[in-house]
Structures are given as C-alpha cells and as structure tokens.
Design a protein around this ligand. Sequence first.
Ligand code: DGL
Length: 252
Amino acid sequence: MSTRQKILVFDSGLGGLTVFREIRKVRPDADYLYLGDDALFPYGALAPEALVARVEAVIGDALADFPADAIVIACNTASTLVLPPLRARHAMPIVGTVPAIKPAAAATRSRMISVLATPGTVSRDYTAELIRDFAQGVAVTLVGSRALAGLAERALRGEAVPDEALAGEIAPCFVEAEGRRTDVVVLACTHYPLLLDRLGALAPWPVQWIDPAPAIARRVVQVLGESSLDNPGSARMVMTAGNPPEALLDAA
Ligand code: DGL
C-alpha cells in the first residue's frame, strides 16, 4: 500500500500559490502545507543574513508538525540564498525557484530579455551566475520592483490596484535599442504570475512572459515520483501573521 506523501510549499506571502497550483495539478494525491511568512513580507528588501536565519527557523518549526517528504521554496528571493543551508540541514529533497534565465535566453529572438524580480533577487550573485552561464550574447535588463509583490497580494485579496501602478512597475522591462526590442520577460518572483493577464494587457508591446511554475512542478515529480493514489490529498495553510486565507488554496 502506498503512503500519502507530504509536500511543504513555502513563500514569503501568497505568491507561492502560483507554484502550489501547478504542483497540485501533477500531484493531486499529496498532502500539502502551504506556509507563508507574511509576518516578514516582503522579503525583497531583507538583508541576506536575516532572510536566511528567518527561513531556516520558520521551516524548522513547520517540519516539527508536518514531516514533509519534500520542501518547495516557492520564492525566488529566498531560493537564491537559502537552498545550500537548508539542504545541509534537512535530508528530504528541497526544490527551489530561481530566475528562469536559461529558458528565456533560449526563447528570445531579439536577444533582449528582461528579468522582473524583487530588489533582493536582482542583486544576488546567483542571478549574476545564471546570466553568465546561460545568457551569453543576450542583453539582460534586471528590473528590481519594490512594489509589485505587494500589489499582487492586494489584487489577490480583492483590493483595487490601479492599472497605472502596475504599468509603472513593468515599464523598465520594455527596452528598445538599435531597432531591436525586448521580447521575453522572466517573472522571477512567484507573486507576479498572479497578475499575468493584467501585465499582458498593460505591456507596451507583446512579449513572452516566463512563469517557471510548471517547470518547478515537473521537478517535484522527478524527485518524488508520479501520483500514486487515486483520491486527492489535503491542503492546509499557515501564515505567520495569522488569519490564513484558506479559501485561496482551492481557488489557486
Ligand atoms: N514571492 C517572492 C519571490 O518569488 C518574493 C516576494 C517578497 O517577499 O518580496 O521572490
């Protein structure tokens, strides 16, 4: 008889729901704990040392109640720092979310891509290494948005978020030079796909937006295997500031 596997999905807030929904599509049989550290949201502006210590502590506490078979760090801002220390501390597979620069470099025809992320993610050595290793010959514009993750949370909670605010955040992604222009934008923060329809409508010209969530879900299947049970598992949500909007798990 197969046992039900447990998957812990972690983010600073609600953005990881964009990853959770893709994982649950391919592994509906697993039991999920969605953990959002909204008491410290946004992570984008946190100092690296504070971020690493915080994620280690919050994940450690969660594992005491939910002995996960795999952890998904559904947050680029955290993954670009915490994967090595977490892997050193915990034996189960830990799947991260890092800027999808490699697929973007493969997809661009104009050789101009933009990476839309938090200020933390655009400043990481990890991001610079991805560009060096996978985007040679491609002009990469790094756009660190202070506000977009918060705007995505507000929109998800049903608050009004004006088009002008979103348009201003994405504007620096659209670059024209020497008759070429940006044709691929990497959504390198898991909050941003929550706004994908609106971002597409507000873009000054059409681009390919890359949301890495389906690739992360495939990676989870690689490390844990395919669904092994016919009936769906459970999903629970814990937010460190309290009041988890559990209904969003089913809406995701
Ligand atoms: N969702 C997070 C990410 O993927 C970060 C949002 C934030 O806390 O600033 O980077």
